[in-house]
Design a protein around this ligand. Structure first.
Ligand SMILES: NC(=O)CC(=O)C(=O)O
Length: 274
């Protein structure tokens, strides 16, 4: 297993927020919570999906930014200031020649260098009796996975609805991945039924840690987010869980010994028939 020897035990944090339409307020909230998580000893902090602006999907383009816009710049600075790895949730990224945006997550290292870039691949187009969302009308899908080797182990990225698609982590070289970071704005309706079971399933079947940072509360389109941010280990054990209705930081120790132990005792990754 490469890149897993430098820092065998470290603290991960998932930040739970209720972002709204005021970008400056959201950015200041994120900066405050990142500072608190770092003060609690976190070396990796994960923010939720669309943490800088959560409003109507049809307004995303108006609030979209480039990869060196104010949101990315402030998150880069926060990672550097607190000397942490930061999965800067996701934000609407401008696309050249397209009315649609990308739903983009950046990973910064403790020097403020951008290590990873992931654009949400699976878009949330659903038609439940009381939740109707057509994300692909406003967001273009990404087409590349992201895995970054770091001193904390390999960090992979996914966003929210991607959680439902086991083929995304399965497309990676899982032996090089220790953690999956999952920024989310998972709905309360679907979350109550599926959130924890899907996160634990992805953690167990891929034998990795999942650090899932969700939004909570209602946003302008009337949709309620589920909260219940989670950190789960490769055995499927819930290491930390947030409530459904409050701003929170959850933290847990990530032990790469635990990861090795699970993979050695039950080497399912080597038993696959592809
Ligand atoms: N909001 C999402 O992208 C996904 C979600 O809420 C779900 O899969 O359920």
């Amino acid at each position: 297993m490469r890149n897993l020897t430098m820092s065998d035990r470290w603290i991960a944090a998932a930040v739970q927020m209720n972002a709204g339409e005021d970008k400056e307020v959201n950015l200041q909230t994120a900066e405050r919570l990142i500072a608190e998580a770092a003060a609690q000893g976190a070396r990796l902090v994960v923010l939720p999906e669309l943490f800088n602006y959560l409003g109507r999907l049809e307004d995303l383009a108006e609030h979209a930014e480039s990869l060196d816009g104010p949101t990315a710049t402030r998150m880069r600075q926060a990672a550097q200031k607190h000397e942490i790895f930061l999965v800067a949730g996701s934000f609407a990224e401008l696309r050249q020649g397209d009315d649609r945006v990308s739903n983009t997550s950046l990973l910064f290292d403790p020097q403020g260098k951008q290590l990873g870039l992931y654009r949400k691949m699976h878009l949330f187009d659903i038609d439940l009796p009381d939740v109707h969302v057509h994300e692909s009308k406003y967001v273009a899908p990404g087409d590349l996975p992201s895995v970054c080797p770091t001193e904390l182990g390999g960090l992979a990225q996914a966003i929210c609805y991607d959680l439902r698609f086991p083929e995304l982590p399965r497309s990676l070289n899982l032996r090089e991945v220790a953690c999956l970071a999952l920024p989310a704005a998972f709905t309360a309706k679907t979350g109550a039924a599926h959130w924890e079971v899907l996160i634990r399933a992805r953690a167990i079947e891929n034998q990795l840690f999942v650090i899932a940072a969700n939004q909570f509360g209602r946003y302008v389109s009337g949709i309620q987010s589920y909260g219940h941010s989670l950190i789960v280990d490769p055995w499927g054990t819930v290491l930390a869980a947030a409530s459904g209705d409050a701003e929170e930081i959850i933290t847990a120790e990530i032990s790469l010994d635990k990861l090795r132990e699970v993979r050695q005792h039950m080497p399912t990754l080597g038993h696959r028939r592809i």
